[in-house]
Design a protein around this ligand. Structure first.
Ligand code: 13P
Length: 249
């Protein structure tokens, strides 16, 4: 059975308290039209609690990172337990911006994902190749290596989401072709089935990287694409609902 698609917005380091107007607008549209898929907004840490308190039943709230430990002397860090307490349901881990800016290895990402699972929250584990890795023909090696290294043993289709985000497609307006997306997603699917058996068929595998209302239809229709992880186009409810519309038949 095909899993319920998930369209998730990653606000990255964007959003002030006034930005709750966009969440309100998103909730209003989805309440009026119904939600054709699961919908998630991951604002910066500062807005997680307020957004979780303000959202309706159509939009879940998540966070963009967490520490691998539950508490302790880690100045400036946030734990999965804190995010659960704030009302988050999902936590993005291993985003390429964190792998690049903070040197996070797949081993570190896996530890974070384990911390998320331990709190009963769902990790969205991000993987993806750089442009030079793609040019060198290493895309599948890199992506499948990150998948194997970053996804915990305790992951299941019900508790973990995978996001394939080619680094060179993030924020650039460039995307792989539909065939290229399908190739990588199908390879990820095969690896999940090889590792998790039949349950591997049910993991949601999101595509991320320059998803916009005008390319969402074709990208979301690609084989083994079960939703989107959206950056820039998730900041405005009008754009984000245009992407969600890809799941209205
Ligand atoms: P853009 O949609 O802005 O390309 O960002 C994608 C992304 O990194 C989502 O996590």
């Amino acid at each position: 059975m095909k899993p319920m698609p998930l369209v998730a917005g990653n606000w990255k380091m964007n959003g002030l308290r006034a930005s709750q107007a966009e969440l309100d607008a998103l909730n209003a549209v989805l309440t009026a039209k119904g939600a054709p898929c699961e919908v998630l907004i991951c604002p910066p840490f500062t807005l997680v609690a307020a957004f979780a308190a303000a959202t309706g039943d159509k939009v879940a709230i998540g966070a963009q990172d967490c520490h691998a430990k539950q508490s302790g002397a880690h100045t400036g860090d946030i734990s999965a337990e804190m995010l659960k307490d704030a009302g988050a349901g999902y936590v993005i881990v291993g985003h390429s911006e964190r792998r690049a800016d903070h040197g996070e290895s797949s081993e570190a990402v896996r530890a974070k994902a384990e911390a998320v699972l331990a709190e009963g929250l769902k990790p969205i584990v991000c993987i993806g190749e750089t442009e030079s890795e793609r040019d060198a023909g290493k895309t599948l090696d890199v992506v499948l290596g990150q998948l194997a290294g970053s996804v915990p043993t305790g992951s299941t289709a019900a508790n973990t989401v995978i996001a394939y985000e080619p680094v060179w497609a993030i924020g650039t307006g460039r995307t792989p072709t539909v065939a290229e997306v399908a190739e990588v997603h199908t390879a990820i699917r095969s690896a999940l089935v090889a590792r998790f058996g039949a349950d591997g068929t049910g993991f949601r595998i999101l595509y991320g990287g320059s998803v916009k209302p005008d390319n969402a239809n074709e990208l979301m229709a690609a084989d083994n694409v079960d939703g989107a992880l959206v950056g820039g186009a998730s900041l405005k409810a009008s754009d984000f609902t245009g992407i969600i519309d890809a799941y209205r038949s």
